[in-house]
Ligand binder design. Structure first.
Ligand SMILES: Cc1cc2nc3c(=O)[nH]c(=O)nc-3n(C[C@H](O)[C@H](O)[C@H](O)COP(=O)(O)OP(=O)(O)OC[C@H]3O[C@@H](n4cnc5c(N)ncnc54)[C@H](O)[C@@H]3O)c2cc1C
Length: 230
């Protein structure tokens, strides 16, 4: 028996009211959006999250579209993305097996960044992720674009590696245990960390950056609701 992946805590950073991301015109709701559940998600919350914030995202996205019209997509960027997506077909059967890369990533994350975490193991995971990234750049796919799981996996592994690296770097930085994160080397809660989120972004040099950021103050009306629930 082993634990299964149940819920992704953390995701695209959005404005809490409008669900707008930092990319103009991109609105996010549901499990892809970060911030609602804090350090652990309570059972059943996801459905209410989807209903409340999905509605908000839809309303604000519609208002944005009305006010701004169509947001232009850079044709060159589009072509580059399409070309990159099709690269696995050029490598065909001589490329790396994408399922094997995905499996090796799952294995490393399960063993080194699982429920009980230590800095030394997570640093090992970062090394493995780096090696897997090189392999992910060589994955191949056979057949054509229709209903092709192998090709989808070949595209997915690059994204999975980004998420795995973000999870690991954030978990290394947070030197405390809280919610779903249990650090064997820092088993207690740290009140100071309780006031912070971790923001992950791509730096100007293209490298991933993880940053400890102070949480915005809780609005008075929400504080009153929390008090009422106590
Ligand atoms: C085992 C398990 C049990 C759970 N139990 C509960 C529970 O009891 N109560 C509760 O509230 N929550 C529960 N959850 C959590 C809940 O199911 C999820 O948080 C919720 O379904 C997330 O909804 P979503 O719309 O944000 O994302 P999803 O339901 O994941 O929807 C995303 C959709 O986007 C599609 N998609 C992805 N990429 C692309 C693309 N490139 N182009 C087009 N489409 C794309 C996917 O196919 C998918 O249909 C459970 C989750 C798991 C895994």
């Amino acid at each position: 028996m082993g634990p299964t992946t149940h819920y992704m805590m953390g995701g695209i950073r959005v404005d809490g009211d409008s669900q707008a991301s930092t990319i103009p015109g991109l609105f996010v709701a549901g499990e892809a959006a970060a911030g609602l559940h804090g350090a652990n998600r309570l059972g059943g919350n996801s459905l209410s999250d989807l209903l409340v914030f999905g509605r908000r995202a839809g309303r604000y996205a519609a208002a944005f579209a009305k006010a701004n019209g169509t947001v232009g997509v850079d044709e060159t960027e589009l072509q580059t993305a399409a070309k990159t997506a099709l690269l696995p077909f050029e490598r065909g059967a001589s490329g790396e097996n994408p399922y094997q890369v995905q499996y090796d990533l799952q294995d490393a994350m399960h063993n080194l960044v699982g429920i009980v975490r230590t800095e030394s193991e997570m640093r090992q995971a970062l090394e493995v992720i780096e090696q897997l990234r090189a392999r992910a750049e060589r994955v191949g796919a056979a057949g054509n674009c229709e209903y092709n799981n192998g090709w989808h996996t070949a595209i997915d592994v690059g994204n999975l590696l980004i998420v795995a690296e973000a999870i690991t770097r954030a978990a290394v930085l947070r030197k405390e245990s809280r919610g779903a994160q249990f650090r064997e080397d820092f088993p207690g809660k740290d009140a100071e960390w309780g006031k912070h989120n971790i923001v992950v972004k791509r730096g100007a040099d293209g490298e991933m950056q993880v940053e400890k950021r102070l949480l915005p103050p809780i609005p008075d009306e929400l504080k009153a609701v929390i008090e009422e629930m106590k």
